[in-house]
Design a protein around this ligand. Structure first.
Ligand SMILES: Cc1ncc(COP(=O)(O)O)c(C=O)c1O
Length: 403
């Protein structure tokens, strides 16, 4: 993989030549061409879709629907199974908004303590109100989800399994195909949070056979403000509408509303048109890369980082065997936010804290959270060297300070 060539596709590196960006799990850098198609739309058209009867509106509508088609093909879905949302969070909330038709009193939802708050909190929020219980797949000694442990919590009364594909703190890839098969045998549905996997793992919803899947544009080199909910058509049709307003209605009178069919019944109001075009462009970029080469590149950099960090006294790594480019660690006795402030002095951007995975904090026994470095396609050895040097500086600075 030609990293130099890839870096040229991101103006970020020209604007910030000294910066080592290791925070792609929070948000990926933005692919220039994704931004360009958005700018072109705003500068050369900017008109609304689905409602104008003039040529420009027709063309904008066509481009927006083609973007939906691009997303659908990307994950091997049909385009009427793709709902544009403002992000993974909204997509996951949209499904949980119908919790009352998916799970009832004394029934169960299974999830994990690895989850991002956006997948687990919508269900915790509904549990008391609807009288169902939320159960957790016990994590193994490496904090991984295993099929064996999933079997321990799967019951006849399990109705929903909501789980991440790749953890944003641990970088583990979860055994989704096997979990889904077992869940379906019990009649439960599976909601997959694919926010951290879509950029690096080839997703085929038919092969995984999950019932719903959510991801965000900004984590796959595209714009903010757009995400995707995939759902099997018949299940999507069953869900309550999430918002009501313009465009999602087929017919309305004072005493009756008839909604549009899916996916439009979930897209009330003027949608993020430019962002849909930008997302489609980002997807074309991902499709132009080779997944095996991407994985190989990220794993090599991660292995180097883990090997070097492990040699530094005072550093604890929580996921040395992570499957992707996420490394969560701490410097003994130092708050992660303090570590990240030192890193910033050395132009190393990482994230510190809980990473919106609140339940994992207790599991890891890290009240202040962790320092998280996350590696993506545009990172290189220099970024890893900078991470190691910054860690050494932080250890020596705080070591001296703490003594
Ligand atoms: C695993 C995971 N799920 C869901 C989300 C939520 O994504 P967004 O904030 O784009 O809605 C994130 C964001 O960090 C994430 O890492």
């Amino acid at each position: 993989m030609n990293i130099e060539k890839i870096r040229k596709e991101f103006s970020f590196f020209k604007a910030n030549p000294k910066t080592h960006y290791l925070d792609s799990a929070a948000t990926a850098l933005k692919y220039d061409k994704a931004i360009k198609v958005m700018t072109d739309y705003y500068l050369e058209s900017g008109v609304n879709i689905h409602r104008g009867s003039y040529k420009l509106s027709y063309l904008a509508t066509k481009a927006y629907e083609e973007a939906r088609e691009t997303v659908a093909k990307f994950i091997n879905a049909n385009s009427d199974e793709i709902v544009f949302t403002k992000g993974a969070t909204q997509a996951l909330n949209l499904v949980a908004n119908s919790a009352n038709i998916l799970v009832g009193e004394n029934e169960e939802v299974i999830t994990t303590e690895q989850e991002h708050n956006s997948s687990v909190l919508p269900w915790l929020d509904k549990a008391n109100e609807l009288g169902f219980e939320v159960k957790y797949i016990p994590l193994n000694e490496e904090y991984r989800v295993t099929v064996q442990n999933f079997k321990k919590v799967l019951k006849d009364k399990t109705k929903v399994v909501v789980i991440n594909h790749v953890s944003n703190v641990l970088g583990y890839i979860n055994p989704i195909k096997e979990i889904t098969k077992l869940a379906h045998e019990k009649g439960a549905i599976v909601i997959l949070d694919a926010a951290q996997s879509v950029a690096n793992v080839k997703i085929d919803v038919k092969d995984l056979n999950v019932d719903f899947l959510a991801f965000s544009g900004h984590k796959i080199f595209g714009p903010n403000g757009i995400g995707v909910l995939y759902g099997k058509k018949e299940l999507l049709r069953k869900l309550h509408v999430y918002e009501v307003g313009g465009e999602m209605v087929a017919k309305a009178s004072k005493d009756n509303i008839i909604y549009q069919d899916v996916p439009f019944k979930f897209e009330a109001g003027t949608p993020p048109i430019a962002e849909a075009l930008g997302l489609a462009e980002a997807i074309r970029f991902i499709e132009s890369l080779n997944y095996d080469e991407v994985t190989d590149h990220i794993r090599k950099l991660k292995a180097k980082a883990v090997a070097e960090l492990s040699k530094i006294e005072g550093v604890t790594i929580y996921n040395p065997k992570s499957d992707f480019g996420v490394i969560s660690f701490n410097i003994d006795g130092v708050h992660p936010h303090d570590v990240s402030s030192v890193f910033d002095e050395y132009n190393v951007c990482i994230r510190s804290g809980h990473h919106c995975a609140s339940l994992l904090t207790e599991v890891l026994g890290t009240p202040g959270g962790t320092v998280r470095a996350s590696i993506s396609i545009y990172n290189d050895e220099a970024d890893i060297n900078a991470l190691i040097e910054a860690t050494k500086k932080a250890v020596s600075f705080f070591g001296g300070y703490l003594k």
